[in-house]
Design a protein around this ligand. Structure first.
Ligand code: G6P
Ligand code: MG
Length: 219
């Protein structure tokens, strides 16, 4: 029985990926490290520290922990400046309708994001009230692909993982959903997200009736 839907934030509810990219790109440029949109794909769903490490792998020198802390702080303050422009109209297509449909059908909802900025973004999108739980990214011990964030969400909702759908746009995120034993729905390209139980091309296709159908055929 489908009882809950657990959402990734970046790339599922709204498209912050571009802001993450811009903020990292400015840092990489200052440090003279090559970084482009193709490489940026690897950073999706990956937490702040692990993202920085991926970028620094491309450098031809090593950095101290103090420097790394500074880089993360610099990236984050630039990112926070960029996300100030987020408004409710920046919800991805179909999301306002889906949230309303799930709520009126008594489906519990949670956000399982690796972002420490999740609360700020949800508030800017004016959707905080839809969620019964928002996982605190700062309290996670292991990032995606570890299932921890999804398992914490299910636990907080008081539902069994097998009664949940997890929606993700990132490969590492889908690995986490699968490892949590939830039904996984990928948003994006079927070739890149082949590990999902179902892939939809756009959030526009995420309706209550489609999710029910996906759950019934995958669980
Ligand atoms: C999400 C994004 C990643 C980002 C991570 C941490 O998972 O997809 O690109 O690195 O959150 O975000 P934060 O806001 O905490 O730096
Ligand atoms: Mg994402």
């Amino acid at each position: 029985q489908l009882e809950a839907v657990i959402f990734d934030l970046d790339g599922v509810l709204t498209d912050t990926a571009e802001f993450h990219y811009q903020a990292w790109k400015e840092l990489a440029d200052e440090l003279g490290i090559p970084f482009d949109r193709t490489y940026n794909e690897k950073l999706k769903g990956v937490d702040r520290k692990a993202s920085l490490e991926l970028i620094l792998q491309q450098a031809n020198r090593t950095f101290s922990e103090t420097e790394k802390e500074q880089f993360m702080a610099r990236k984050n303050s630039r990112y926070q400046e960029l996300i100030r422009t987020i408004r409710p109209e920046h919800l991805l297509p179909g999301i306002p309708r889906l949230l309303a449909e799930l709520k009126s059908n008594g489906i519990k909802m949670a956000v399982a994001s690796a972002s420490r900025n999740a609360q700020t973004i949800l508030q800017a999108l004016a959707i905080t009230d839809y969620f019964d739980h928002i996982v605190d990214a700062g309290a996670l011990e292991r990032g995606k692909p570890d299932p921890e964030v999804f398992l914490k969400a299910a636990e907080a909702l008081g539902v069994r993982p097998k009664n949940c759908i997890g929606i993700e746009d990132a490969f590492s995120g889908l690995e986490a959903v699968n490892a949590a034993n939830m039904v996984s729905v990928g948003v994006g390209h079927p070739e890149t997200l082949a590990i999902a139980d179902t892939v939809v091309a756009s959030t526009e296709q995420l309706t209550w009736s489609r999710l029910k159908e996906i759950y019934e055929t995958s669980a």
